[in-house]
Design a protein around this ligand. Structure first.
Ligand SMILES: NC(=O)c1ccc[n+]([C@@H]2O[C@H](COP(=O)([O-])OP(=O)(O)OC[C@H]3O[C@@H](n4cnc5c(N)ncnc54)[C@H](OP(=O)(O)O)[C@@H]3O)[C@@H](O)[C@H]2O)c1
Length: 271
């Protein structure tokens, strides 16, 4: 198990760190850990709003971008390429994402389509625009997928499918890119207390508990330091993921539906 020092060494090995969605939740916790590492890397955040209270010791730049809009991604990468240090390895963390709960297409089709863009197209496009630099300089792509990506998940059907896409894409990318010195890591959290449930349409915490964003980020960074192709964070989530991934998919969907219905999450949804 890598120590905190190994995480520091890992973060110090990059000349450039690009993270999406570090204004909140898991992304902010990853950024906090990057701040603590005293890395000399140039660090960029891409999201609609800047993260608050970033240490002045970090060589940090926020670039405003709505990643659900391909044209905004294209123009932010043009700006990014001008500001990136010209040499050294690159860490790209595709973390921005939103969820949705309820029968398809709840809460509404527009939200669902935005979620598909943000959770799947944006990481593919952003990585694609940076891939030549990654291949020539080496580095790592970390993709924040989800435990929900391991099985078809009724009442979160589209969200879970976006995360299954990201999980499979990330693992396949790792196999393809190894020869260039580029690794890809799929990070799969279970429930984490962040603003995620609010953005998914819940009015209050669903009380599902789970990990804190700091616990999740710490476990993710340990796996990233070891170049693990995939990590499910939290030991209960690991067991659940291993079990559900082995079930025939229609069974997993039927069991999942019953389990989710039992949680009575409708109580927390904005009407
Ligand atoms: N929390 C969980 O239970 C959980 C479980 C498994 C996986 N995940 C995954 O973890 C990742 C982070 O979620 P979180 O839990 O930390 O949620 P969060 O606290 O809501 O943070 C989401 C981040 O995504 C950014 N974002 C949202 N829409 C965006 C857009 N259109 N363009 C650019 N950035 C956007 C937000 O920044 P701005 O609002 O400033 O744009 C924010 O920084 C997501 O991919 C999520 O699917 C979360």
């Amino acid at each position: 198990m890598p120590s905190n020092k190994s995480i520091d060494n890992f973060l110090n090995s990059f000349s450039c760190i690009i993270i999406t969605g570090s204004s909140s939740g898991i992304g902010r916790a990853l950024l906090s850990r990057i701040e603590k590492s005293s890395t000399s890397a140039t660090v960029f955040n891409l999201s609609r709003t800047p993260p608050q209270d970033v240490s002045n010791d970090l060589n940090f730049t926020h670039l405003t971008c709505d990643l659900s809009q391909p044209l905004e991604i294209k123009s932010v990468v043009t700006e990014l390429q001008k500001l990136m240090p010209p040499q050294g390895t690159i860490l790209l963390i595709n973390n921005s994402g939103i969820g949705a709960y309820g029968e398809f297409p709840a809460p509404h089709l527009e939200h669902t389509m935005k979620m598909v863009e943000l959770n799947t197209s944006a990481p593919v496009y952003l990585t694609g625009l940076l891939i030549e630099k990654l291949k020539s300089r080496g580095g790592q792509i970390a993709n924040v997928a989800s435990l929900a990506g391991y099985q078809p998940t009724p009442l979160m059907s589209t969200y879970a499918a976006t995360k299954a896409f990201l999980l499979h894409w990330s693992i396949a990318l790792d196999a393809e890119m190894k020869k260039y010195g580029v690794r890809s890591v799929a990070i799969c959290p279970g429930p984490v207390s962040t603003n995620f449930s609010k953005a998914a349409g819940f009015i209050s915490s669903t009380g599902l508990g789970g990990q804190t964003a700091d616990e999740c980020a710490d476990e993710a960074l340990k796996a990233m330091a070891k170049n693990k192709p995939q990590v499910i964070t939290g030991w209960k989530n690991k067991l659940l993921g291993m079990f559900s991934a082995r079930l025939p998919k229609p069974w997993a969907a039927a069991i999942g539906l019953r389990m989710i219905q039992r949680l009575k999450l409708d109580r927390f949804i904005k009407k």
